[in-house]
Design a protein around this ligand. Structure first.
Ligand SMILES: Nc1ncnc2c1ncn2[C@@H]1O[C@H](COP(=O)(O)OP(=O)(O)O)[C@@H](O)[C@H]1O
Ligand SMILES: [Mg+2]
Length: 440
């Protein structure tokens, strides 16, 4: 199913390799008839700080004169179809980005590719899609859900609105009668055709054995940048964070959001939340912790499975997303590890929060966004052959990208090349550079 591996050719001598760009950034010559690069943004947080402090960039003089637009989804819905994009313009979001980010559509698309894979390559290959908890869309699949529910007495389910975020509208339940009230409200099938359709939900098996650290549950926020769907070209960011819940995990009080939902938006409202300490660990800290506890091999398997989750999910919408060379997407994947260190895909966000919850978070997000701009390369500083740009590693380029650095050294000539992904491995000097640039 995976296409042939590609190992991009050597970087030419005429330009710096990508990772040098990120650290030794020089004021670029604007490519657009020697003027500054014009940006627009719908958000006023870290992305604005990054854009403002980027050498050679300035705010667009008018609403239409921009080269780069970090737009919000509302703008996209209202304007994309009627806007003619010039050759060099870059804009956040693909036209139908929601195919992967609405919880019901994500599962539908993954299920479809799984079926197709099973038909073409057999059941075993289809198992590589078993990375999301059993999920049904409501109300359309209510009856199938009830059958499944009855087959698994006693397990816990989680109900989530398909298109909301930050933990809004989510609840856990054990018994069908627990959802009676909910059924009477939002879900009620409509007799009156003139009324708006009922809100869509997903009901999903709750991961009741999460991996715990200090007795607390957490999920991983992993950043993925897609610069093209056809062919698929995707980058994985090395850094990210684990978001912990504030209260110790227990299945006794399933109604307690501070135990079961790891969203920062939820956790920061906890009465005993400490804004100084926050509720995050860097992915680097998490990786080191897991390796110390379980050894590198076990942890490598987990990270390989996370790579698989990312690629399979992107492939599931590859033919559905309307590809456009002007568009790019920066996703935030939510992943939970269970007590066996198996990663589960919870959801994918097309607008992951860019608001910083503390100083470290600010540094991380500024570095992340600066590196997005470096990959997009409006300044034309890259060769196009880079496999690493700052904290971004090219993970898929119409096929898996391999880390062939080791092939350069004679002693490891017999070692099989490994994927070019390094989640949780980070170079601190890179972060410092980003902060310095932004702090200027
Ligand atoms: N199936 C699940 N099993 C365990 N925890 C879950 C599950 N689904 C969601 N959660 C928890 O609830 C949080 C919010 O769910 P999510 O699907 O990400 O919705 P939202 O869009 O509101 O963030 C997750 O970050 C996770 O902590
Ligand atoms: Mg989420």
């Amino acid at each position: 199913m995976f296409a042939k591996p590609t190992t991009n050719g050597p970087v030419t001598n005429t330009k710096l390799p990508g990772y040098m760009i990120s650290r030794g950034y020089q004021r670029p010559k604007a490519h657009i008839s020697d003027r500054e690069i014009y940006f627009r943004t719908s958000l006023q947080n870290t992305i604005l700080d990054v854009l403002k402090s980027r050498p050679g960039w300035q705010e667009a003089p008018s609403e239409t004169e921009w080269d780069f637009f970090w737009c919000d989804r509302e703008w996209l819905h209202q304007n994309y179809d009627t806007t003619f994009l010039q050759e060099n313009q870059k804009i956040l979001h693909f036209r139908n980005y929601y195919e992967l980010t609405r919880k019901n559509l994500m599962v539908k698309n993954i299920k479809r590719l799984k079926r197709q894979t099973e038909r073409e390559f057999g059941k075993l290959e289809g198992q590589s899609f078993d990375f999301y908890p059993t999920t049904y869309e409501l109300p359309s699949e209510y009856h199938i859900f009830v059958e499944e529910f009855k087959k698994n007495p006693g397990i816990i389910w989680i109900m989530k609105p398909a298109a909301k975020s930050q933990g809004h509208g989510i609840f856990l339940f054990r018994k069908l009668k627990d959802i009676t009230n909910w059924k009477k409200g939002d879900y009620q099938p409509l007799a009156d055709q003139t009324k708006e359709a009922p809100e869509l939900y997903v009901v999903q098996r709750y991961i009741s054995n999460p991996y715990l650290i200090g007795g607390r549950k957490f999920d991983l926020r992993v950043y993925v940048l897609v610069v093209s769907y056809n062919p698929l070209k995707a980058w994985l960011y090395r850094e990210g964070f684990a978001r912990f819940s504030n209260s110790k995990f227990s299945l006794d009080s399933i109604e307690d959001a501070y135990i079961h939902l790891t969203n920062v938006a939820v956790q920061k409202t906890a009465p005993d939340y400490d804004p100084e300490k926050g509720c995050k660990w860097s992915l680097q800290r998490l990786r080191n912790y897991l390796i110390a506890k379980h050894g590198i091999e076990v942890v490598q398997k987990t990270y390989k499975d996370i790579d698989n989750i990312i690629i399979r999910s992107l492939q599931s919408v590859q033919k559905t997303i309307i590809n456009d060379k002007h568009c790019f997407e920066m996703y935030g994947f939510d992943v939970i590890l269970d007590s066996n260190l198996k990663p589960w895909l919870i959801e994918i966000n097309a607008s992951p929060s860019l608001t910083a919850s503390g100083k470290e978070d600010y540094i991380l997000k500024c570095g992340l966004l600066n590196d997005v701009l470096n990959v997009l390369d409006l300044e034309h500083k890259l060769t196009g052959n880079e496999k690493r740009v700052g904290g971004w590693d090219l993970m898929w380029d119409d096929g898996p990208v391999l880390n062939d650095d080791q092939l350069d050294s004679q002693q490891s000539i017999l070692t099989l090349p490994t994927p070019n992904t390094f989640l949780g491995l980070f170079i601190s000097s890179h972060i410092c550079w980003s902060l310095l640039e932004v702090a200027k």
